[in-house]
Write a new protein. Structure first.
Ligand SMILES: C[S@@+](CC[C@H](N)C(=O)[O-])C[C@H]1O[C@@H](n2cnc3c(N)ncnc32)[C@H](O)[C@@H]1O
Length: 366
């Protein structure tokens, strides 16, 4: 389907949905449809999303050193589980991370039993199959695509830039109360409209926030983690994403929230533009993630910056740079800078590690 036609179909579909729901929907409902509506949503359709000719870049596409370092972490977890371990990757994008992790583990004689991919986008699943068939055809039988969580999973769960893609609710502070912000219809156009009051006392204290303060919260995280916990026998979960703790997330100066759209490598804040053709994301409130994880049964074992996690797990020792040509050395160093520097991804991106109670607490970086 041609892109303008697809955009028009999705907009029409959302308009009909709003009418059927009485003229107003929450932002989370809008985001769910814009990103995941079957055949029409951004993540479901066939446009190129990740990479230079897409809309945004992610760490595995920037440098293989990212996935090679995660592979070392996985190997260490495998040593600590009491039965053979697998990897479960959520939202595996182009499949690059899966390929680099498997090839690294193969070299280290530490392949997982299975590499499961749980992906909601049929388009991405196809792309993953292409990448993996091309990069590691001899390992393809170990890779299993799932549409639901596995049962009794043992091993490592990986989610790089997945939490930021879960639909969020928006709120606006008015006269010391919080109102839901949603989408309505006016003259056949989608517009913003405030909805009814919502109690956010379990999310944050709004008493020091001015009128007009807008931000997000993500109720989808708790059911996501709870289902994941139920599916796991033993293991760890590594959540990697951009975000902050609650006091920074709801800082009075961050008065327009963290909602961002990505369209052809341009970031902007209007989700009502390019509907179905652009990514919509929100930063992750890691305090809320930790609370949801603990309520689900996990314990939070590590939380820090991407830079600290990758350096702890040996990213700077990963490659003998002297074996590379000068041009390759330059490319490799540029990739490391993007992953590690505070002005790039090093500080804004965080890593949170969760463990099941049955997991040994003595995983050390090697
Ligand atoms: C921003 S992309 C990141 C892709 C990849 N992890 C990377 O780092 O390049 C978000 C991915 O999460 C997937 N996704 C979103 N919600 C999901 C869910 N509930 N379960 C599994 N995958 C999901 C999307 O389809 C997409 O593949």
């Amino acid at each position: 389907m041609l892109l303008p036609h697809r955009k028009a179909c999705l907009e029409k579909h959302i308009q009909t949905y709003i009418q059927a729901k009485g003229g107003w929907i929450s932002f989370a409902e809008f985001m769910q449809k814009a990103l995941y509506e079957p055949t029409l949503g951004y993540y479901v359709s066939g446009t190129r999303k990740i990479g230079k000719d897409g809309d945004f870049m992610t760490a595995p596409e920037i440098s293989p050193a990212f996935s090679q370092t995660l592979a070392r972490y996985c190997e260490s977890v495998f040593h600590a589980t009491s039965s053979p371990a697998s990897i479960l990757e959520f939202g595996a994008g182009t499949g690059t991370m899966a390929a680099d992790i498997l090839l690294t583990l193969e070299k280290r004689h530490a392949l997982p039993e299975r590499y499961y991919i749980l992906e909601v986008s049929p388009d991405f699943s196809e792309r993953q199959l292409d990448t993996l068939r091309h990069q590691c055809p001899h390992l393809i039988e170990r890779i299993v695509w799932l549409s639901t969580l596995p049962k009794n999973f043992t091993g490592v769960v990986l989610a790089n830039e997945v939490l930021d893609a879960l639909p969020v609710h928006l709120f606006e502070v008015q006269k010391k109360i919080t109102l839901q912000k949603g989408i309505a219809l006016e003259s056949q156009k989608l517009i913003w409209r405030l909805g009814s009051e919502v109690d956010l006392s379990s999310v944050t204290d709004i008493s020091n926030l001015e009128d007009g303060y807008t931000s997000e919260y993500c109720p989808a995280i708790y059911p996501w983690l709870k289902d994941l916990y139920t599916s796991m026998l033993q293991g760890t979960v590594l959540l990697i994403d951009y975000g902050f703790l609650e006091h920074e997330y709801y800082h009075p100066q961050r008065d327009q929230g963290t909602l961002m759209c990505h369209y052809r490598h341009r970031a902007h804040t209007d989700p009502l533009l390019h509907i179905g053709l652009q990514d919509i994301t929100a930063h992750v409130n890691f305090t809320a993630v930790a609370q949801a994880a603990e309520k689900s049964g996990f314990s939070v074992d590590f939380y820090s910056t991407q830079e600290k996690f990758l350096v702890d797990w040996g990213i700077l020792e990963e490659t003998n740079v002297h074996q590379l040509s000068l041009e390759e050395q330059y490319g490799y160093t540029q990739g490391l800078k993007k992953l590690l520097l505070p002005s790039e991804m090093g500080e804004l991106f965080k890593v949170m590690e969760l463990k099941t109670p049955s997991m040994f607490s003595n995983i050390h970086s090697s």
